[in-house]
Design a protein around this ligand. Sequence first.
Ligand SMILES: Cc1ncc(COP(=O)(O)O)c(C=O)c1O
Length: 445
Amino acid sequence: MANKISLKNDYPDISKSIELYNRSNRLIPKHSQTLAKSPSQFVFGASPIYLQSGSGSHVWDVDGNEYIDLIMGVGPISLGYSYPKVDEAIKNQLNQGITFSLPHPLEIEVSEMLRDIIPNAEAVRFSKIGNDVTAAAVRLARAYTGRDQIILCGYHGSQDWYIGVTEWNKGVPEAVQDLTYTFNYNDIQSLKDAIDENVAAVIMEPVTFQLPEDNFLQQVRQICTENGSLLIFDEMWTGFRISLGGAQEYFNIKADLATFSKACANGMPISILTGRWEIMKLLEDDVFFYGTFGGETLSLAATKATLEELRDKNVPAYLNEKGAILRDGYNAIARSLGMEYTRAEGYGYRSAIEFDPIGGTSLELKTLVQQEMIKRGVLWGGYNTMSYSHSDEDIQYILSAYEDTLPILKKSVDENNVKGYLRGATIEPSIRRIHNFNTRPKKRK
Ligand SMILES: Cc1ncc(COP(=O)(O)O)c(C=O)c1O
């Protein structure tokens, strides 16, 4: 959409956001949604806290400030806000009903589409959030192999089986923590060291921001097969983005089970489990995975419309091509300023901006960039997350905002005083690790 944002002379007025935030105090701890959207992830006092509306790649906060969104709901908004084709599909279905007392034909239609798109989708099940399907995949793997242990690499949600390996493990019984271990991306030896005959499954994000080296994914596949462990690809981010069929298609590797959500429904809450029939058929009898809203039809209608659009417009190619311009543009600006301590890494559809701790902590550097990007009308959370609605004009605008922001960061680093430039509290760490994430094998004797 046309970019009407102009450089703000001052930071945005966020008084209504602050007023609402005060109302939420002692009522909604940390707020709902995923951690990456909580107020703790945005520089308090200089960033909006609440959004009111969105159109295309732009959003408006409750004070009426307009921003280009580079977060896109932390993944679900693959096409754009208020995207007509998807909204029409939702409205049409709304006229007929939302959740029914028997299955609805849409469940079959969308499953058939997924069978055509996703390499291992011999069978399909739907649920609501990513958590549900990663947990179901782990349960299925345990049931299928008769083994208990899980090895992982990535972020997989807030269920006990996963969160127990992180520093947010309060409330997870030790007995559960002891069943999950981790390995390092691109470090095949760390997987070899961790895997044994007790391992039911290796679950991983096929890629985050590091590209696989030395046929890493092929090697993981082979080790799993040789060990009799299932390979589960958690494709919440790669699904429908790195290519339409996700990482399995992109890297030509079949996982035994795969999990999806985010990009497939342009904002509606739905998650997908796919896999080999031989494993998935356990859901017919032995493995319990049911939920009241599993077949909710507004999300299924949105998924159908979104998948058609992603396929017909070749959206993954667009995201990767346009996002690469942003990633490479950021790196060119940083290099031209001699700022070797910051870089954009990853694939076009989503790259991460990284900061080495120089002149302040990495989080302080990130906070300053966020503050200055928001001042310039870009809602920024440390990533270049692309949607089909991000126009060339948006991209040029974001690059010009980086061109203004990075010299400010450089000055603060040169003065060894990044913190002194912040107008609010430093943002808190998020759970996602870019390098060396979750590398805390807990094997106990
Ligand atoms: C790779 C991955 N797996 C699982 C999840 C959990 O999904 P949800 O927050 O919908 O439960 C996420 C969410 O960000 C994710 O990125």
